[in-house]
Ligand binder design. Sequence first.
Ligand code: TXA
Ligand code: MG
Length: 329
Amino acid sequence: MDRGEELRQAVDLLLRGDLVGIPTETVYGLAGDAANAQAVAKIFDLKGRPKGHPLIVHIHAASKMEAWARDLPPQAWTLAQTFWPGPLTLIVKRSSRVLDEVTGGQDTVGLRVPSHPLTLALLEDFSKQGSGAVAAPSANRFGKTSPTRAEHVRAEFGEALAMVLDGGACGVGIESTIVDLSGKVGSGQVRILRPGMIEAAAIAQTLGMPVEDLYAQADAVKVAAPGTLSAHYAPKTPLRWVSSAELERIQEQGVAAKVGLLSWRRHNFAGFSPFYAGSDPEHYAQQLYALLREVDQAGLSQLWVETLPPDPRWDAIRDRLNRAIASHS
Ligand code: TXA
Ligand code: MG
């Protein structure tokens, strides 16, 4: 099937209230017409997601924001112009058009223009015949690792999902940065709700104002206390952080078989199954979820994760791994 035919089929499915797996630059999404309550209900059912957990609405241009939001602060336009299409979600006050089912009844909505060309084309075509907006969570079952390749989505949902648009491996690899602009932005209430590869510092610099960043903690290693994070992004293999000091000790003593080591440095430790993710955060993020899936395939008893550099550029990755680890503790 050629791309044009594939897009037509995808639009038809959306118009009928069915779901489509879509590529984005962050992770694959499980998309349904944002203006169709039945389609949105199918998303919650298929994903096994608790009701009331809001979905992001994806649109193809910043100019469409006004259809889905009201009282947009100037900061929303500034961020949209700077970072869209791209891995940033804006939480703003919703318009009357937004369904309660999408926002979990909240008065706000998450909006994003993703940068994957295939999905932008789909959204644009869909806007000519339908609402032009899809509600799309990451295309994984609730609490599991997000998919970064079409085959991950197929493996997750199989026949239950009529179509997955294959856009190759996601370039960013972890979910968008979420910025909350629904409060009193003029008096400084801009909050990062989820860290992503667009850093808090870049948001603050673009806006010329401070942003509240819950992830900018002072300690060097930034390991969260177990249990303080909601379980998420979880592979099946139990995993834990391992510090450089521990790694040195272990190198001398050796390890039991069947332990994987996910690292940002190349190590030559005997006994480990190595999973090298890259020494810069962009590369590591891009590889992370595919590697966690490989770890699950490898039948390891445990995965050890080398602690990450304290630099804030690693914060979003640290956040995802902290949550994955919390889900096993
Ligand atoms: O990169 C991404 O954002 C991906 C791709 C597919 O776009 N989507 C994604 O969706 O990660 P999901 O559903 O897995 O995560 C969306 C997050 C949830 O934590 C949800 O609580 C939050 O966005 N969210 C959505 N709407 C919100 C709202 N109105 N207020 C606060 N948080 C919201
Ligand atoms: Mg998700």
